[in-house]
Design a protein around this ligand. Structure first.
Ligand SMILES: [Zn+2]
Length: 474
């Protein structure tokens, strides 16, 4: 690329990461598009395993409506009981001050206040001594997380699931690897695979990698969704990125986006749209996209940021149309994954802006998130892990930025658990501590509602009902 990172392009660098596989796959993909296979019935090993378990009588008899402890004061001998701690369940409900959780065969059997029961001496009991139990964190927007070693490192920080929103097809099968070659467990990996985009559009144009899946008409749009679902995509990602003002990139047509969304929705699969420019937000919203990734803003270049600052227009009240679009999103349950950490890292690296201009630009994106939250919009946590300037491990920086947009600590926890599960379409199974759900949870030392940084002090990690980490102090 001869146009090295100039001021305009820097604005479109949130995904500035080198791809491990640079070989284009479009010919292979296009061949598959022309002959779509049968419609898939399930989309990941995870779902299949879950369905198999649900079919087993022992599990299905333990429905949410018949909590075992209320009807029978005993628990299975191979259950795990965590007791004597605060419970934050991830849904935003008030915490339970002195609670316990019972886990059996991957599932949560009981969540609630302490109860007495008859147990066999074999039951494992962990007294967490006043610490806090909460769902494992879900990072709903990552990249480069196909490697189980990377996901193992994330799991050991308390991130029990991630969703990778842009990778090559060759990377996709690796998300079904639940263990490292050393047999260490990895964070559960959901994935989109390549992003659907217009031929010559983002991200292929910008990165020259194989994270893109070109779609040039409605027929190809439908076939591409079937193709991706049959390859195991858990969500569908589309890119709506017009790129630089002077030399714009092609974007998908509204009819193509509509077909993508309608096809994915036939299978209850969510569609996430990369939208960083307000100019293309309506294409996503009128087509019924479920999740907006990043923060759509009215400026398209550094020059426009400077111009709007000069005109005193870098605040939301100057953009009533944008307010209407966010209101539409809130009213229609379109989730926002603001990826604040990556957005702000890009603004901080834009050396064409003065420090004051950078700060005013950051204040503007925070104002947008604050507004969306105030009007009842659902915000899910995803920090664009894998991008330049984004911390690895537990996404604490993203949490702190959400706090600075006036979310409460409880709102932030919900964003990183239940709402993140909603954003990837797995909130019926993950993201909250509720009876019948998969047992992914962490215990943290202290009260994260008093200080969010407590979420970094993980003392116990449980994934799929298995204890994968326990501090020697507990
Ligand atoms: Zn991304």
């Amino acid at each position: 690329m001869t146009k090295i990172f100039n001021a305009t392009l820097i604005l479109f660098m949130a995904l500035l990461v080198s791809c491990a596989y640079s070989k284009p796959v479009n010919q292979e993909i296009l061949a598959a598009v022309k002959t779509p296979g049968p419609k898939p019935t399930s989309f990941s090993e995870f779902s299949r395993e879950r369905n198999r378990l649900l079919e087993e009588e022992a599990i299905s008899s333990l429905s949410k409506k018949t909590p075992i402890l209320l009807s029978d004061a005993s628990i299975p001998s191979d259950a795990l009981l965590i007791t004597n701690g605060i419970i934050i369940d991830g849904t935003g409900k008030a915490p339970i001050p002195n609670g316990m959780i019972i886990i059996w065969q991957k599932q949560i059997l009981y969540v609630g206040p302490l109860k007495t029961f008859t147990n066999s001496p074999d039951v494992d009991i962990i007294d967490i001594e006043g610490n806090t139990m909460m769902p494992g964190i879900i990072n709903a927007h990552t990249h480069h997380t196909y490697d189980p070693v990377t996901r193992h490192n994330l799991l050991m920080e308390g991130v029990t699931s991630i969703c990778d929103l842009g990778c090559s097809m060759r990377c996709m099968p690796h998300f079904d690897e639940h263990y490292t070659p050393q047999n260490q467990p990895a964070a559960r990996g959901f994935k989109a695979g390549p992003m659907l985009t217009a031929p010559g559009g983002y991200p292929g144009t910008f990165y020259g990698n194989s994270w893109h899946y070109d779609v040039s008409n409605v027929t190809e749009a439908e076939a591409a969704v079937y193709d991706l679902l049959s390859r195991g995509s858990d969500v569908i990602k589309i890119a709506l990125e017009p790129g630089p003002l002077q030399d714009p990139w092609p974007v998908l047509k509204p009819s193509e986006v509509k077909k993508i969304v309608d096809t994915a929705h036939l299978y209850n699969v969510k569609v996430c749209a990369h939208v960083r420019q307000a100019a293309v937000l309506d294409i996503a919203l009128t087509s019924g996209v479920d999740v907006i990734e990043h923060i759509p803003v009215p400026y398209r270049s550094v020059d426009e940021i400077k111009q709007y600052l000069k005109e005193d227009k870098l605040h939301l009240s100057a953009w009533p149309q944008l307010q209407n679009q966010f209101r539409y999103m809130a009213d229609h349950n379109v989730i926002l994954v603001p990826t604040l950490e990556a957005n702000i890292a890009v603004l901080n690296q834009t050396c064409q802006l003065t420090e004051s201009e950078q700060q005013q630009s950051i204040d503007f994106v925070l104002e947008i998130v604050r507004y969306f939250h105030e009007i009842g919009g659902v915000i899910a946590l995803g920090n664009d892990f894998g991008s330049v300037g984004v911390e690895r491990g537990m996404p604490i920086k993203e949490m702190e930025l959400l706090l600075s947009a006036d979310l409460t600590p409880m709102d932030v926890i919900r964003a990183g658990t239940y709402s993140a599960a909603q954003a990837i379409g797995y909130d019926d199974q993950l993201g909250s501590l509720e009876e019948g759900k998969i047992a992914d949870l962490i215990v943290v030392d202290g009260d994260p509602l008093a200080d969010i940084i407590t979420i970094k002090k993980v003392t116990i990690i449980i994934q799929d009902g298995q204890l994968v980490y326990r501090s020697s102090e507990l």
